[in-house]
Design a protein around this ligand. Structure first.
Ligand code: PEP
Ligand code: CO
Length: 448
């Protein structure tokens, strides 16, 4: 590794870094970082480049991104059933989009590394007791007691190992036969009997089945039907962790963050002169930046120039999270200015984070109608400007949780307590995720 490459990768240390935990013991943190730096990569540079090429297709208007998973993954959630349920839902959504919208879908899990959270307040108070806020399983525990809320650097090692376990399951499920297109019905088996969205999906799966049988009878059975490409992603929040997992690729001599294929910078850490932008500027993975309603067109342009000065196709994705009430006004100026510059960018809609509110019961929730309205606004804006609505970024889980209201099953605010399990933001359940996929497919068909 040349000194200048290493120097670039550590330049962020001189800059202000938002949202970093106050670790208990800096010596312990250094020891953990050294241990992480000696671990094998979770992903390979060639895979990151392959994803970058697919995101270049998205920026050109030839493919669509489906990115999703938990707001915050948990260590206990790194088990076969939970991972399989999430993947199954992602595969079902992807099939709906591919078939009903006839567009290639780039599948990216918000999985295998999403263990750190930015927080609006550094502390949480309950019944007179004040403790550090929960910052994700990579930092501390969700339980509200002093021991659990201690910011423990050893959790970074556990985050690495849980990411490895999860990614291994994802690789096995997506390559080992489970994701074969002939399994379209199998993914739905446990769901079809008791859900309207499941039955709607079943009709579509029936059509796909007939198409496959027809193709087989014609002697066609392409390899692409037997598995899918799946990529991992998370917010690159904890810079010590991301730095320790950055390696120089032996083929190209360039640095890649091997903790995930795709990394994004959150709305709270995207300062142009901050540590996160500085660090991510130097890694060669495809990256994203979240843009909230306060983003100016100049901010977006400056981020683009800083993070993708060479205008490499597929390198940069803007993930907008404006809120249903704001997207129609807030998004057009950003797109216009960025596109005038001529640089390639993929535009993805996160319809979750601008639409969160507190229900009377105290549960943090989102209305599926608001989520759908923001997605509709995203398509309207792109259609009006002649640009490509490149994808969606969502928080969902494969389980039948009750965290967001609305959807074909009519989940109400009074139902939220029944199965509210998220460690952070409210997630769409499986039925709501499928409802969303059907709507997006419809909007896509209309706009193309
Ligand atoms: C998130 O994706 O969970 C998140 C915190 O988003 P944002 O940075 O857009 O607020
Ligand atoms: Co979230």
């Amino acid at each position: 590794m040349s000194t200048s490459a290493t120097g670039d990768l550590d330049a962020w240390r001189e800059l202000p870094a938002q949202q970093q935990p106050d670790w208990d013991d800096p010596d312990e943190l250094r020891a953990v970082a050294a241990e992480l730096a000696a671990q094998p990569p979770l992903v390979f540079a060639g895979e990151c480049d392959q994803l970058k090429a697919q995101l270049a297709d998205v920026a050109r208007g030839e493919a669509f991104v489906l990115q999703g998973g938990d707001c915050a993954e948990t260590f206990t959630g790194a088990n076969a059933d939970a991972v399989k349920n999430k993947l199954k839902t992602l595969l079902q959504m992807a099939v709906v989009l591919t078939y009903a919208a006839t567009v290639p879908v780039v599948k990216i899990g918000r999985m295998a590394g999403q263990y750190a959270k930015p927080r609006s307040k550094p502390v949480e108070a309950r019944g007179g007791l004040e403790l550090p806020a929960y910052r994700g399983d990579a930092v501390n525990g969700l339980d509200f007691d002093a021991e659990s809320r201690r910011n423990d650097p050893h959790r970074l090692l556990k985050a690495y190992h849980c990411s490895a376990v999860t990614l291994n399951l994802c690789r096995a499920f997506t390559k080992g036969g489970y994701a074969d297109l002939r399994q379209v019905h199998a993914w739905n088996q446990d769901f079809v009997a008791h859900s309207k969205s499941g039955r709607r999906y079943e009709r579509l799966a029936g059509e796909i089945d007939r198409a496959l049988t027809f193709m087989k009878a014609c002697g066609v059975s392409p390899d692409e039907f037997h598995g899918v490409e799946f990529y991992s992603s998370h917010e690159a929040l904890l810079l010590e962790y991301e730095r320790a997992l950055t390696r120089i690729d032996s083929l190209s001599g360039l640095p890649y963050d091997v903790s995930a294929h795709f990394l994004w910078i959150g709305e709270r850490t995207r300062q142009l002169d901050g540590a996160h932008v500085e660090f991510l500027r130097h890694i060669r993975n495809p990256i994203g930046v979240k843009l909230g309603p306060g983003t100016s067109a100049d901010d977006a342009l400056a981020l683009m120039k800083r993070l993708n000065p060479e205008e490499e196709p597929g390198r940069l994705t803007f993930i907008t999270r404006m809120g249903a009430g704001k997207i129609r006004e807030a998004l057009p100026p950003l797109i216009e200015k960025v596109h005038q510059s001529g640089a390639p960018v993929a535009w993805v809609c996160d319809p979750m984070h601008g639409n969160t509110f507190e229900a009377p019961s105290g549960h943090k929730t989102r209305r599926l109608d608001d989520v759908l309205d923001e997605v509709a606004g995203f398509f309207e804006v792109h259609r009006a400007l002649g640009t490509h609505p490149g994808g969606i970024h969502i928080e969902f889980t494969g389980d039948d949780v009750t965290e967001c209201v609305g959807g074909a099953e009519g989940l109400a605010e009074g139902d939220l307590h029944q199965r509210y399990e998220t460690a952070c933001d409210p997630r769409l359940n499986r039925g709501q995720s499928l409802d969303l996929a059907f709507l997006v497919a419809e909007l896509y068909r209309k706009s193309s």
